[in-house]
Design a protein around this ligand. Structure first.
Ligand SMILES: *Cc1c(COP(=O)(O)O)cnc(C)c1O
Length: 433
């Protein structure tokens, strides 16, 4: 299943090794993700002295308008990465949402419009598949809660890699269709994500495929750092006071943190204390529960929530996410499915951004934290919206009203308009009462 790598014209790797997060043992940067000594997770280690000498704000700004402007901070050696325009999504000043919640300076980092498949997963997959190609894999794969399958299938198609993805059989129709269209083999597993993941660990061992979030996980997860870098750059090379982001495995959350620390470390941004707040759905909130109960270990749960994209019952990076929330003075909070639907509607009505259930979770948690007085209105807060609402339409079906059906006649329109305005007034009266 492996093939020899085509010789790259120039390679300038700035990463050195894979390093165990627990015991510090170092490994050659191959397709491996677990420490042989202590079973801790492996993470990419860089030569920060070299980065401090060679990377400036100007060299970054002279790069492509995609995540690859940060290539020296990503674990690939090639100067010719798979670039399908991933990253550099808008950072939107969200004044209407801010006013509604009582905040002063709120921003939305909008990965609902990321390329090519409208979620933040395009970042991690662009990096993982570039590295997979470098390591000689010809077949790539993943265990997915939906968005990852979309991304892996699309970017593999672009790169001409064979692709086989594994999803839980009960995913939203948009996520399934949005994978099949790219022509991969799709395995719909009759079980939840954690069972899909277990199966994939076995397949990774027996088939020699590149699983982006298993044996390529150290490379994959580094892609999320770009969500940290971009926010710094888009804020005019400054850090925010607080971020709010969703948690599934916890990887994204910990890598935004790593991204912030790295830019401080190499002198690209001035040090600042950033609080990290995490969002989970109540029906799958093992990290929020551990935070609430002041535990430093995660008790796995069986997911039951409409927020399927973040429904991981046994989160691989849960303890690291907990640690970051605690040491930064942040928090990890959960909201129920009704609040998630309200969160989706609130963001759409105030900012014109239609997010999926994960984004609804994040906005609802933001609201909950503000109402509980846990976010200071003066803070510059960045909320990460990680996926697109068109993929999870089932979640809001029945909660958003219906179009007014009319005849193609002016009088029919006028009658309908009057009815609509009366209804509007009634709604307002109910609110005022
Ligand atoms: C996968 C996913 C996440 C979280 O991913 P982790 O890195 O596993 O925590 C958040 N939002 C969306 C939309 C996702 O698809």
């Amino acid at each position: 299943m492996t093939q020899t790598i085509a010789a790259q014209a120039t390679t300038t790797a700035t990463f050195k090794s894979l390093k165990c997060k627990e015991c510090g043992a170092e490994y050659e940067p191959k397709a491996t993700h677990v420490c042989e000594f202590c079973f801790g997770p492996l993470e990419v280690a860089y030569d920060y002295d070299a980065l401090r000498r060679t990377v400036t704000r100007e060299t970054i700004q002279a790069g492509p308008n995609s995540i690859w402007r940060y290539r020296p901070f990503l674990p690939v050696a090639t100067n010719n990465p798979i670039d399908v325009g991933t990253g550099m999504t808008p950072l939107v000043r969200a004044n209407r949402l801010a006013r509604r919640l009582g905040l002063k300076k709120l921003y939305i980092k909008n990965d609902a419009v990321n390329m090519p498949t409208l979620s933040f997963k395009d970042r991690v997959v662009s990096v993982a598949l570039t590295r997979a190609r470098e390591l000689g894999f010809s077949t790539v794969s993943c265990a997915s809660t939906g968005n990852l399958a979309n991304s892996t299938a699309a970017i593999a198609a672009h790169a001409g890699l064979d692709c086989c993805v594994f999803i839980p059989a009960d995913l939203e129709a948009g996520k399934v269709l949005g994978t099949l269209i790219y022509g991969p083999t799709v395995m719909a597993v009759q079980g939840n994500y954690d069972q899909v993941n277990r199966l994939c660990c076995e397949v990774a061992n027996t088939h020699g495929w590149g699983f982006v979030n298993i044996n390529l996980r150290p490379y994959y997860s580094e892609g999320s750092k770009t969500l940290g870098y971009e926010v710094i750059e888009q804020l005019g090379w400054e850090l925010p006071d607080r971020i709010v982001a969703p948690l599934a495995s916890g990887s994204l959350f910990t890598k935004i943190y790593k991204g912030f620390r790295e830019f401080i470390e190499v002198g690209l941004v001035e040090e600042k204390h950033v609080r990290f707040s995490g969002a989970q759905a109540e029906g799958c909130s093992p990290i929020a529960q551990a935070f609430r109960e002041e535990r430093d270990f995660i008790k796995p749960v069986k997911p039951s929530t409409i927020a399927k994209s973040i429904a991981i019952g046994n989160p691989a990076d849960g303890v690291y996410a907990l640690e970051i929330a605690r040491k930064t003075g942040g928090n990890i909070e959960s909201v129920n499915d009704a609040e998630i639907v309200e969160g989706i509607k609130l963001l759409a009505e105030t900012e014109g951004i239609f997010t999926e259930t994960a984004g609804g979770t994040t906005v609802a948690v933001l609201k909950k934290l503000v109402e509980a007085g846990k976010i200071d209105p003066e803070e510059t807060t960045v909320v990460y919206i990680t996926g697109n609402g068109l993929k999870t339409q089932e979640a809001v079906q029945g909660y958003i009203g219906e179009p007014l059906t009319i005849e193609p006649k002016l009088e029919s329109f006028e009658r309908a308009l009057e009815r609509a305005q009366t209804l509007d007034r009634l709604e307002w009266q109910q609110v005022l009462v």
